[in-house]
Design a protein. Structure first.
Length: 136
């Protein structure tokens, strides 16, 4: 065998070895892709029940929100009624109540003035010291 033939034989062996290594890499890559496909399929199968449960939950939440809207509307109506009743009470009793307070103030002022006029005149600068009951 000539050196060219030996070199060709070594090159052919190296090429076969390279093909075997590439074949092994491709087999491993194929297995990895198969596992990824299986995982994606399982995730897809498991996601359907999750979406159905989420949809059911949203339906229940919307039902509860409709109830809360009803309660809020009723509370708004009650507060409006209380406001109207307060306005009516103020309009009906406010004027007479103010007049009664003014009359009471006027009477108390007149009584004080009368008592002051009826009290014996004290000397200027003299103060009368009053004691509490039970104390001397």
């Amino acid at each position: 065998m000539s050196p060219e033939q030996i070199a060709a034989l070594v090159a052919a062996g190296a090429f076969v070895l390279l093909v075997l290594v590439l074949l092994w890499v491709l087999v491993k890559l194929g297995r990895t892709l198969d596992e990824a496909t299986t995982a994606i399929r399982k995730a897809h199968e498991n996601s359907d029940p999750l979406f159905l449960e989420a949809n059911t939950t949203l339906t229940h939440v919307n039902t509860q929100l409709e109830r809360v809207d009803g309660i809020t509307a009723n509370a708004r109506a009650v507060s409006g009624n209380v406001s109207a009743l307060t306005s009516l009470f103020t309009a009906t009793l406010g004027g007479p109540l103010v007049k009664a307070a003014a009359l009471s103030y006027g009477i108390s002022k007149a009584v004080r003035a009368r008592r002051k006029a009826a009290a014996p005149a004290e000397g200027p600068g003299r103060r009368v010291r009053r004691t509490k009951r039970g104390r001397r």
